[in-house]
Write a protein that binds this ligand. Structure first.
Ligand code: PNS
Length: 167
């Protein structure tokens, strides 16, 4: 069975991420979306919330699983018995960063292969950071995140702006 890991922060998942997941799910038998637990960086959503939002988004794709991981990606891959990583590339900045990560991961474990899918043009400027910024400034994020999580996103923004959560 051909399996691939799609790692990231997913704070929150965007339509660009979803496009990569859908395309990878057509190429591989199983896609594992792996949410990084980054103890140094507090996000908008908790890790559990991010996992739930992704699960909701991919609920109609039967060969996608969602997990979270701490530490090195290569150690997560080892635990999963998987040697392939997929990442999306939106632009030259992504390219420079992702190639470096791919080379480092291969240096750490020779068996790891990283495959890149080029983002569709409509998603080349979409990122979780931009979505968060627009949301916090009361902008319309409908074009950028999957429709099934818009309510969750707006609820979170409302909680923060009203209650001071995640400040
Ligand atoms: O959403 P992102 O920023 O593209 O995700 C980056 C991620 C999670 C793929 C990357 O930071 C990662 O793999 N982190 C785990 C730590 C690791 O293995 N680093 C590589 C060696 S420095």
């Amino acid at each position: 069975m051909k399996r691939v890991v799609f790692p990231g922060s997913f704070d929150p998942i965007t339509k660009g991420h979803l496009d990569i997941i859908e395309r990878a799910a057509k190429i591989f038998d199983e896609v594992i979306v792996a949410v990084l637990v980054n103890v140094d960086k507090k996000g908008l959503f908790t890790i559990d919330e991010r996992v739930k939002l992704i699960e909701k988004t991919v609920s109609n794709i039967n060969n996608v699983k969602v997990k979270s991981f701490k530490g090195l990606l290569i150690d997560f891959l080892k635990r999963e018995g998987c040697t392939t990583v997929v990442k999306g590339l939106r632009n030259a900045t992504d390219y420079d960063y992702e190639v470096q990560m791919a080379i480092i991961n291969k240096a750490l474990d020779e068996k790891i292969e990283t495959l890149f899918l080029i983002a569709k043009s409509e998603y080349c400027s979409v990122s979780s950071s931009v979505v968060k910024q627009i949301g916090m400034l009361n902008g319309d994020i409908k074009k950028f995140i999957p429709s099934c999580i818009i309510e969750d996103f707006n609820d979170k923004i409302n909680k923060i702006t009203r209650g001071g959560e995640n400040e």
